[in-house]
Structure formats: C-alpha cells, structure tokens
Design a protein around this ligand. Structure first.
Ligand SMILES: *Cc1c(COP(=O)(O)O)cnc(C)c1O
Length: 446
C-alpha cells in the first residue's frame, strides 16, 4: 500500500483525484516535440510500416467485411463539423469556445464500432501475416484476399487468441480473429456490457467472465495463453502493435483535415481530445499526431473520476506501479470503455513529454454531453466517448487552460483553432441500450 500523504506531497493533484473531484491538469513535463521524440524508440517509419500492412490486407478486409467496400477495404471513419454542438457547449456549459469544433467518428468505424477497430484489428492481422509467412503460405505479390479462403482458415484454427477486455477491445479482437479462423477467447471483466458478450458469442467467440475488474480479466487471459504454446495473447497494457495500429489514424486524419480545409500550423493550432482507458488508443493517436503536426497539435486525454489511472500514473510518475484503488477510488464507471484502474507504463512513458494535459469527468456529465450531441447534431456516441467533450468545454474557460494557451502563445489564435473530439465508440450499441442511455440522460438534465 502506498501512503497517500506521501503521494500528495509529491503530486498535490492526488488530493483532488482521491476525492473523485473533476480536475483539469496541464502536463508540466510537456516538451517541444523534437526533444520529446528523441527519447522515444518508435519512429514515423514504424507508423508507415503499419499503414502499409493495413493496405496489404485491404483486399481481405473488403471481402470479409463488405461494408468497407466504399473505402477500398480500409477501416476508416469520417470527420464531421459539429457547429451546433459547439453552440451547445457555449450556451449550456459556458465554454466560450472559439474556432471550429470537429468530431472524429471512430464511433462509426466498420467491423467493431469503436476506436479498437484500429489497434485490435491491426494486431491480429500482423499476427496472422507472421504465421502465414512462417508457414510459407504467402508468395511474393499474392493478393491478401487469400486470407478469406482455405487453407488459411483451417490453418489458423490450430491457433488460439486470448485477450482481456472491458468490452470494446474484446469485440474488435474477437470479431477479426473469428473471421480469420482462429479459436478466440475473450476474458471479460464484470463491468463489460451484456450485449457485447452476446454479440461475441453469436460470432463464435468464447467469452469467459470474471467477477473482478479489467486487471483481473487481463491477468487470467495471460495465464490461459501461457498454458498453450499455440496461443497468442493480446497485451493491451504493453502492445507496440496495438499502439502502432492506432497511430496510423494520424496519417489518415491529416488527409481528411486537408480535404476539409482545416489548416494546422503556427497560426492555426489543432486541439485533440481523446477518452483514455489503459492508454493504448489515445497514446498511439497522440504519437502519430505529434509526428505529423509537432508543436502545432495539443493533445488532451479525458478520464472518468473513478478510473483516472493515466493521470494518476503520470502525475505521480509511478505509471503501472499505482492503481486507482491505491488512492481509494473504485475504478467503477458507467464509461465501460474507460473502466481501467491501472495504466500502461509503456504508453505513459512514451507520451510523458508529448501530452498537453488531461481532464477528469464525472459519470453524470457523460450523459449530458451524449444527449446534447444527439439533440443538436443527431449523432449518437456511447457515454465513454463523451468524456472527451469536457476538453473543449474547459479549454477556454478554466484558469489553468488559459494559462497554458498564454504560455504557448495561442491566446490570439483561438479564433483560427480547430478542436477535434475523438468519438471512440457507439455504432454497435443496440437500440434498446441507446434508449436506456437517453432515459438516464433525461433524468440527469441539469
Ligand atoms: C478502449 C476505449 C477507449 C480508450 O482506449 P485505451 O486504449 O483503453 O486507452 C476510449 N473509448 C472507448 C469507447 C473505448 O472502447
């Protein structure tokens, strides 16, 4: 047990975190991108390599998931201008937000309906490619469409995939692994939603449930995988593959922003707000964005007050050596995609000098933002995703944020700024569950 008094002395913000108060935090370790990147082993070449792998697999994806036909077998989501939501944040939440507000619609990503369709699918494709190459099944120049056919499926059925998940990672890994022919086991925590378990089982995935939290599910998954030499464990806490799969999004976003006439340069800052669980998705995206836009992009994470593991790990410098339960928090939140008590050390260390800051959010607020977006823009995203709206709601309002903008020389440039909220999940949420969320939102109206 770590003494919270000692922690608070080291990182005074822990005093607020342990009381489950909402905080807005600016990262004192932020450095120039150039300096920060020098300390990171991964490079743009790694991201390009991941991008190229996804392109090789496009003929397979297109065939296995016909809904990706229009994007040529790439799993990608659009960006949307959300002017009316911006008005909502200003009118109802006193945000005082200038500039443009955009939504990155990973909530609509094909196959898995969440940001996990990036990292999760990428990691399994990479694993499948490695096995096929080792077996001599891939001749140079052969279209990867063959992955959808025999003998590939039968070959992969000799192998198992294990993953621990609060829900969405399990969906993404489960669906892609089952389609390739792997035997797949998803180890799920108690907070995983029933509909996600049902959906996975309908696809032939083995869902194993645990009474404990996400950490317990991951531990079990790892143990099971160790017992079987023909099995592969997707390690959400340490996976470089997952991270790079997420990072590819930045290359694609760059093209989308250009097409939408959104400039990003010294005069036009870009602010990006991403919901954070264990850190892989937001970390990979941050890394990709900083490689491309350097100091012109400002990335903020959003976490639930009860599961604020990344901010806890970063502010104390303890990373995965501390969990939210150590400071008396429950780790329980209605934002199931973010219900993680212990952060990834790999991600925390990687983004330590790249991240601009974080906001933590009470569960009630998730529903308020969700309903606001639904009413004003006709867009549904899941409550977990909605945490990110606390970013644009506070960036021009909170004292610490205003000080950050001033220090960065951005005060005069906020009219030309673009704010991008990363909508990380939603399209697979069944209609009855959506209706339940809306009902909850109505009960919580301010
Ligand atoms: C997983 C998830 C995140 C965060 O990703 P991590 O890699 O766990 O940090 C955010 N939103 C949703 C909806 C998710 O499912």
């Amino acid at each position: 047990m770590i003494s919270t008094d000692v922690l608070e002395e080291k990182a005074p913000i822990v005093g607020s975190l342990r009381k489950a108060e909402e905080v807005t935090w600016i990262n004192p370790l932020l450095e120039s991108t150039e300096e920060a990147m020098r300390k990171i082993d991964l490079t743009m070449e790694d991201v390009r390599d991941a991008e190229a792998r996804l392109e090789r697999f496009a003929p397979f994806i297109r065939r296995a998931f016909p809904e990706t036909e229009k994007d040529g077998g790439l799993i990608e989501s659009p960006i949307r201008e959300t002017e009316k939501m911006k008005d909502g944040l200003n009118e109802k939440h006193g945000a005082g937000l200038k500039g443009r507000l955009l939504l990155k619609m990973d909530s609509d990503l094909a196959v898995a309906g969440s940001v996990k369709a990036r990292g999760g699918i990428y990691e399994i494709l990479k694993h499948a490619e490695e096995l096929a190459i080792r077996e001599g099944m891939l001749e140079e120049g052969k279209s990867y469409e063959v992955f959808a056919r025999e003998p590939f499926r039968e070959f992969f059925s000799q192998y198992a995939v294990h993953v621990g998940s609060t829900g969405n990672l399990g969906l993404s890994i489960g669906i892609i692994s089952a389609v390739l022919g792997f035997r797949v086991y998803v180890h799920m925590s108690q907070d995983a939603k029933q509909w996600k378990k049902d959906l996975l089982r309908s696809k032939g995935v083995q869902v194993i449930e645990y009474a404990g939290d996400y950490g317990a599910a991951v531990k079990k998954g790892r143990e099971e995988a160790m017992r079987d030499s023909a099995s592969y464990f997707v390690d959400d806490e340490n996976s470089v593959s997952l991270f790079l799969g997420y990072a590819v999004s930045a290359l694609r976003l760059q093209r989308q922003l250009e097409a939408a006439g959104v400039k990003v340069d010294g005069e036009h800052p870009l602010f990006v707000y991403i919901p954070c669980g264990v850190g892989g998705a937001p970390g990979g995206i941050t890394f990709g964005l900083k490689l491309i836009y350097g100091d012109h992009v400002h990335v903020f994470y959003a976490e639930p007050v009860q599961a604020c593991c990344m901010i806890l790990g970063m502010t104390t410098g303890l990373h995965n050596e501390i969990c939210v339960q150590d400071i008396g928090l429950s780790g329980m939140t209605e934002a199931d995609g973010l219900a993680v008590g212990r952060p990834s050390k790999f991600v925390g260390k990687t983004v330590e000098h790249l991240l601009s800051g974080e906001v933590t959010v009470q569960d009630d607020r998730l529903y308020v933002y969700m309903k606001e977006l639904l009413d004003r823009e006709g867009i549904f995203i899941e409550p977990s995703s909605c945490a990110a709206f606390a970013g644009p709601a506070r960036i021009e309002k909170e004292e610490v944020c205003r000080a950050y903008l001033k220090e960065q020389g951005l005060e005069e440039r906020m009219e030309q700024a673009a704010h991008l909220v990363w909508a990380t999940g939603g399209s697979l949420v069944p209609a009855d569950v959506r209706a339940e969320y809306v009902k909850k939102a109505e009960e919580r109206r301010p």
